[in-house]
Design a binder for this molecule. Sequence first.
Ligand code: PRT
Ligand code: ZN
Length: 283
Amino acid sequence: MIRIAIQAKGRLNEDSVALLNEAGIEIEPSKRKLLTHALDFPLEVLYLRDDDIPQAVAMGVADIGIVGENEVAEKGEKLEVVHKLGFGKCRISLAIPKGETYDSPSWCNGKGVATSYPNILKKFFAENKIKADIHEIAGSVEIAPSVGMAEGIFDIVSSGGTLITNGLKEVEKVFWSEAVLVANPKLSAENRAILDQLLFRFQSVERSRGMKYMLMNLPCDKVEAAAKIMPGVKSPTILPLQQKGWCSMHVVVGERELWARIEQLKAIGAEDILVLSLEKMIP
Ligand code: PRT
Ligand code: ZN
């Protein structure tokens, strides 16, 4: 049995639960409980605040966890980052009142900067040889300049809307983050095997994202040309139609290139094109 720590509520909770579900792992929906069991996989789910996940995994209270790279870097615990998960993308940036002129981090010299990420900020200041005051606050960092608590802020940004609403501008993008799967570096061999299984499922889910399954009819003498346009994963599947001289071609394709490829295929005589959604891709 492996124990995973995920965020109890907040920005990463929904995507973390969805990822487990898509990997075929049903977890009891009750969030009133701190600990729940997966129904058909040797997994327990521990719901925590995101700030507590790095330490919980480092201490072995949980074996693995899903948390933002920002928390991993800030807490500095000894963790193995197993895999990037592609959601919860954001950055930690320096922002200052929009009327200020800024040309380098030296703007911060002698000033106060409010943040929930003092360690990452300390490192940024050290790298840029800045001497400034770090005001650590737990939340609502973006209001610090307007209430006179600090001159600048160092906080998470995703769309940038919150900065604009608070009359601030982003002047340095310092740290890029997304949700990651982390593990205790001293997992038992049994739990390492379960982690590998879980990772394999996560990767299969990722692989199928944005992929479509496509079928079309085309004259058999166009199959070679069509396979050049749509090489598929290994190569296309070709089946004969009952109508002589016609074939059916099946292929997996990325959604982004779909329309361009369809134009090319139609130009060489493909017809009756079907595009279906794809649930899992197992290599
Ligand atoms: O209760 P708990 O401690 O678990 O949650 P929390 O309130 O500390 O964290 P939460 O749920 O807000 O965020 C969890 C994680 O999501 C963060 O640690 C990041 O890894 C990631 N993440 C991704 C974000 C954002 N995007 C984000 N936009 N975390 C916070 N924000 C904030 C941002 O600071 C701003 O105040 O959301 C606001 C909106 O951002 P804009 O730029 O889109 O306006
Ligand atoms: Zn938090």
